[in-house]
Design a protein around this ligand. Structure first.
Ligand SMILES: CC(C)(COP(=O)(O)OP(=O)(O)OC[C@H]1O[C@@H](n2cnc3c(N)ncnc32)[C@H](O)[C@@H]1OP(=O)(O)O)[C@@H](O)C(=O)NCCC(=O)NCCS
Length: 192
Protein backbone atom coordinates (compact mmCIF):
# COMPACT_ATOMS: atom_id res chain seq x y z
CA UNK A 1 0.00 0.00 0.00
CA UNK A 2 1.44 3.31 -1.00
CA UNK A 3 0.76 6.25 1.28
CA UNK A 4 -0.85 8.56 -1.21
CA UNK A 5 -4.17 10.30 -0.84
CA UNK A 6 -5.92 8.34 -3.57
CA UNK A 7 -4.48 4.93 -2.74
CA UNK A 8 -7.25 2.45 -2.09
CA UNK A 9 -6.78 -1.24 -1.69
CA UNK A 10 -9.60 -3.70 -1.28
CA UNK A 11 -7.80 -6.38 0.63
CA UNK A 12 -7.75 -10.01 -0.35
CA UNK A 13 -8.99 -10.48 3.22
CA UNK A 14 -12.07 -8.40 2.43
CA UNK A 15 -14.27 -11.38 3.07
CA UNK A 16 -12.95 -11.77 6.60
CA UNK A 17 -13.17 -8.04 7.12
CA UNK A 18 -16.72 -7.96 5.80
CA UNK A 19 -17.99 -7.01 2.37
CA UNK A 20 -17.29 -3.48 1.33
CA UNK A 21 -14.47 -2.86 3.77
CA UNK A 22 -11.73 -0.82 2.16
CA UNK A 23 -8.26 -0.31 3.55
CA UNK A 24 -6.41 2.76 2.42
CA UNK A 25 -3.76 5.22 3.46
CA UNK A 26 -5.19 7.88 5.73
CA UNK A 27 -5.22 11.53 4.76
CA UNK A 28 -5.64 14.71 6.72
CA UNK A 29 -9.31 14.62 5.65
CA UNK A 30 -9.69 11.63 8.01
CA UNK A 31 -8.50 13.61 11.01
CA UNK A 32 -11.90 14.50 12.47
CA UNK A 33 -13.23 10.93 12.19
CA UNK A 34 -9.98 9.50 13.56
CA UNK A 35 -10.14 11.84 16.50
CA UNK A 36 -13.57 10.41 17.38
CA UNK A 37 -12.48 6.76 17.00
CA UNK A 38 -12.75 5.02 20.38
CA UNK A 39 -9.80 2.90 21.40
CA UNK A 40 -6.96 5.13 20.28
CA UNK A 41 -4.60 6.00 23.10
CA UNK A 42 -4.42 9.54 24.47
CA UNK A 43 -0.87 9.94 23.20
CA UNK A 44 -1.88 8.84 19.70
CA UNK A 45 -4.75 11.29 19.74
CA UNK A 46 -2.40 14.11 20.79
CA UNK A 47 0.00 13.36 17.93
CA UNK A 48 -2.58 12.47 15.31
CA UNK A 49 -2.58 15.71 13.31
CA UNK A 50 1.22 15.75 13.14
CA UNK A 51 1.45 12.06 12.21
CA UNK A 52 -1.19 12.38 9.51
CA UNK A 53 0.50 15.43 8.04
CA UNK A 54 3.81 13.55 7.93
CA UNK A 55 2.27 10.45 6.43
CA UNK A 56 0.47 12.43 3.76
CA UNK A 57 3.43 14.63 2.93
CA UNK A 58 5.89 11.78 2.40
CA UNK A 59 4.51 8.65 0.78
CA UNK A 60 7.77 6.76 1.45
CA UNK A 61 8.55 8.28 4.83
CA UNK A 62 8.71 6.77 8.27
CA UNK A 63 5.05 7.26 9.23
CA UNK A 64 2.22 5.02 8.07
CA UNK A 65 -1.45 5.51 8.92
CA UNK A 66 -3.95 3.02 7.51
CA UNK A 67 -7.71 3.33 7.85
CA UNK A 68 -10.53 0.86 7.27
CA UNK A 69 -13.80 2.25 5.98
CA UNK A 70 -17.14 0.94 4.81
CA UNK A 71 -19.31 3.19 2.66
CA UNK A 72 -17.08 6.06 3.67
CA UNK A 73 -17.53 5.47 7.39
CA UNK A 74 -14.38 5.00 9.44
CA UNK A 75 -14.26 1.56 11.08
CA UNK A 76 -10.73 1.52 12.39
CA UNK A 77 -7.16 2.67 12.07
CA UNK A 78 -3.59 1.48 12.49
CA UNK A 79 -0.58 3.72 13.00
CA UNK A 80 3.03 2.68 12.51
CA UNK A 81 6.53 4.09 12.43
CA UNK A 82 9.65 2.90 10.70
CA UNK A 83 12.58 3.18 13.08
CA UNK A 84 15.79 2.34 11.17
CA UNK A 85 15.37 -1.38 10.42
CA UNK A 86 12.36 -2.00 12.64
CA UNK A 87 8.71 -1.21 12.21
CA UNK A 88 6.73 -0.15 15.27
CA UNK A 89 2.97 -0.55 15.63
CA UNK A 90 2.10 2.63 17.49
CA UNK A 91 -1.62 2.06 17.81
CA UNK A 92 -4.50 0.04 16.44
CA UNK A 93 -8.20 0.51 17.09
CA UNK A 94 -11.50 -0.66 15.65
CA UNK A 95 -14.82 0.98 16.49
CA UNK A 96 -16.69 -1.19 19.02
CA UNK A 97 -19.62 -1.89 16.68
CA UNK A 98 -17.22 -3.15 13.98
CA UNK A 99 -15.14 -5.49 16.15
CA UNK A 100 -14.83 -9.26 15.75
CA UNK A 101 -15.26 -9.11 11.99
CA UNK A 102 -11.62 -9.32 10.92
CA UNK A 103 -11.06 -5.57 10.58
CA UNK A 104 -8.34 -5.41 13.24
CA UNK A 105 -6.46 -8.30 11.65
CA UNK A 106 -6.79 -6.72 8.20
CA UNK A 107 -5.53 -3.36 9.46
CA UNK A 108 -2.60 -4.96 11.25
CA UNK A 109 -1.67 -6.96 8.16
CA UNK A 110 -1.85 -3.92 5.89
CA UNK A 111 0.24 -1.87 8.32
CA UNK A 112 2.96 -4.48 8.81
CA UNK A 113 3.11 -5.22 5.09
CA UNK A 114 3.60 -1.53 4.36
CA UNK A 115 6.26 -1.14 7.05
CA UNK A 116 8.11 -4.15 5.63
CA UNK A 117 7.79 -2.74 2.11
CA UNK A 118 9.47 0.41 3.41
CA UNK A 119 12.36 -1.57 4.87
CA UNK A 120 11.35 -2.99 8.25
CA UNK A 121 12.96 -6.36 8.89
CA UNK A 122 10.94 -6.98 12.02
CA UNK A 123 7.90 -5.41 13.67
CA UNK A 124 7.58 -4.56 17.35
CA UNK A 125 4.90 -3.13 19.63
CA UNK A 126 3.89 -2.68 23.25
CA UNK A 127 0.53 -3.79 24.57
CA UNK A 128 -1.10 -3.70 27.98
CA UNK A 129 -0.49 -7.01 29.73
CA UNK A 130 -4.22 -7.30 30.43
CA UNK A 131 -5.41 -6.48 26.90
CA UNK A 132 -6.41 -10.03 26.02
CA UNK A 133 -8.25 -9.25 22.75
CA UNK A 134 -5.24 -7.39 21.36
CA UNK A 135 -2.83 -10.06 22.60
CA UNK A 136 -4.88 -12.75 20.91
CA UNK A 137 -4.86 -10.77 17.68
CA UNK A 138 -1.11 -10.14 17.76
CA UNK A 139 -0.19 -13.69 18.69
CA UNK A 140 -2.41 -14.99 15.93
CA UNK A 141 -0.44 -12.83 13.51
CA UNK A 142 2.90 -14.26 14.60
CA UNK A 143 3.94 -11.75 17.26
CA UNK A 144 5.74 -13.26 20.22
CA UNK A 145 6.12 -11.84 23.71
CA UNK A 146 9.80 -11.09 24.29
CA UNK A 147 9.75 -8.79 27.29
CA UNK A 148 7.79 -6.91 29.89
CA UNK A 149 8.00 -3.26 30.90
CA UNK A 150 6.77 -3.03 34.50
CA UNK A 151 4.52 -0.05 35.22
CA UNK A 152 4.88 1.24 31.68
CA UNK A 153 1.45 2.82 31.48
CA UNK A 154 0.37 5.87 33.50
CA UNK A 155 -2.05 3.76 35.56
CA UNK A 156 0.77 1.37 36.49
CA UNK A 157 -0.14 -1.53 34.22
CA UNK A 158 2.75 -3.45 32.70
CA UNK A 159 3.42 -3.46 28.98
CA UNK A 160 4.35 -6.60 27.12
CA UNK A 161 6.91 -6.15 24.37
CA UNK A 162 6.05 -8.15 21.28
CA UNK A 163 8.04 -8.87 18.11
CA UNK A 164 7.07 -10.27 14.76
CA UNK A 165 10.41 -11.44 13.33
CA UNK A 166 9.35 -13.16 10.14
CA UNK A 167 6.82 -11.87 7.68
CA UNK A 168 3.51 -13.22 8.89
CA UNK A 169 5.24 -14.90 11.86
CA UNK A 170 3.59 -18.18 12.73
CA UNK A 171 1.58 -18.04 9.54
CA UNK A 172 4.75 -18.96 7.62
CA UNK A 173 6.13 -21.53 9.97
CA UNK A 174 7.52 -19.58 12.90
CA UNK A 175 7.47 -21.09 16.37
CA UNK A 176 5.74 -19.97 19.54
CA UNK A 177 8.35 -18.90 22.06
CA UNK A 178 6.14 -16.65 24.08
CA UNK A 179 7.27 -15.57 27.49
CA UNK A 180 4.31 -13.77 29.06
CA UNK A 181 6.08 -13.78 32.39
CA UNK A 182 9.50 -12.96 31.04
CA UNK A 183 11.91 -11.84 33.70
CA UNK A 184 15.48 -12.38 32.48
CA UNK A 185 14.78 -10.32 29.40
CA UNK A 186 12.62 -7.74 31.11
CA UNK A 187 13.14 -4.21 30.01
CA UNK A 188 12.53 -1.81 32.85
CA UNK A 189 13.02 1.47 31.08
CA UNK A 190 9.87 3.53 31.19
CA UNK A 191 8.49 5.17 28.14
CA UNK A 192 11.07 3.83 25.68
C1 LIG B 1 -7.84 -5.19 19.55
C2 LIG B 1 -8.80 -4.76 18.44
C3 LIG B 1 -8.11 -3.77 17.52
C4 LIG B 1 -9.23 -5.99 17.65
O1 LIG B 1 -10.02 -5.56 16.54
P1 LIG B 1 -11.10 -6.54 15.85
O2 LIG B 1 -11.49 -5.94 14.56
O3 LIG B 1 -12.18 -6.87 16.80
O4 LIG B 1 -10.21 -7.84 15.61
P2 LIG B 1 -10.52 -9.03 14.59
O5 LIG B 1 -11.98 -9.18 14.38
O6 LIG B 1 -9.69 -8.82 13.37
O7 LIG B 1 -10.00 -10.30 15.40
C5 LIG B 1 -8.79 -10.95 15.05
C6 LIG B 1 -8.44 -11.91 16.15
O8 LIG B 1 -8.13 -11.20 17.35
C7 LIG B 1 -8.59 -11.94 18.48
N1 LIG B 1 -9.62 -11.19 19.18
C8 LIG B 1 -10.17 -10.01 18.81
N2 LIG B 1 -11.04 -9.58 19.74
C9 LIG B 1 -11.06 -10.53 20.70
C10 LIG B 1 -11.78 -10.66 21.93
N3 LIG B 1 -12.66 -9.72 22.35
N4 LIG B 1 -11.53 -11.74 22.69
C11 LIG B 1 -10.65 -12.68 22.30
N5 LIG B 1 -9.95 -12.62 21.14
C12 LIG B 1 -10.15 -11.55 20.35
C13 LIG B 1 -9.14 -13.24 17.94
O9 LIG B 1 -8.07 -14.16 17.89
C14 LIG B 1 -9.55 -12.84 16.54
O10 LIG B 1 -9.57 -13.91 15.65
P3 LIG B 1 -10.94 -14.74 15.45
O11 LIG B 1 -12.03 -13.74 15.24
O12 LIG B 1 -10.65 -15.59 14.26
O13 LIG B 1 -11.14 -15.51 16.72
C15 LIG B 1 -10.09 -4.12 19.05
O14 LIG B 1 -10.61 -4.96 20.06
C16 LIG B 1 -9.89 -2.73 19.65
O15 LIG B 1 -9.95 -1.72 18.95
N6 LIG B 1 -9.61 -2.67 20.98
C17 LIG B 1 -9.42 -1.40 21.65
C18 LIG B 1 -8.11 -0.77 21.27
C19 LIG B 1 -6.93 -1.68 21.57
O16 LIG B 1 -6.87 -2.33 22.59
N7 LIG B 1 -5.94 -1.65 20.64
C20 LIG B 1 -4.71 -2.38 20.79
C21 LIG B 1 -3.67 -1.43 21.28
S1 LIG B 1 -2.07 -2.20 21.40
Amino acid sequence: MTQSPDAEVVLPAATAAGDGVVLRAATTADLAALDRLPGLSASTRRGLARQLARATADARGDTVVVVATRAGVLLGAALGLLQVDDGHVVDLAVAPAARRSGTGRALLGALTDELRTRGARAITLEVRAGNLPALALYRGEGFEVEGRRPGYYPDGEDALLLWQRGRGGTRDGGTHRDHPDATARDIVTRGG
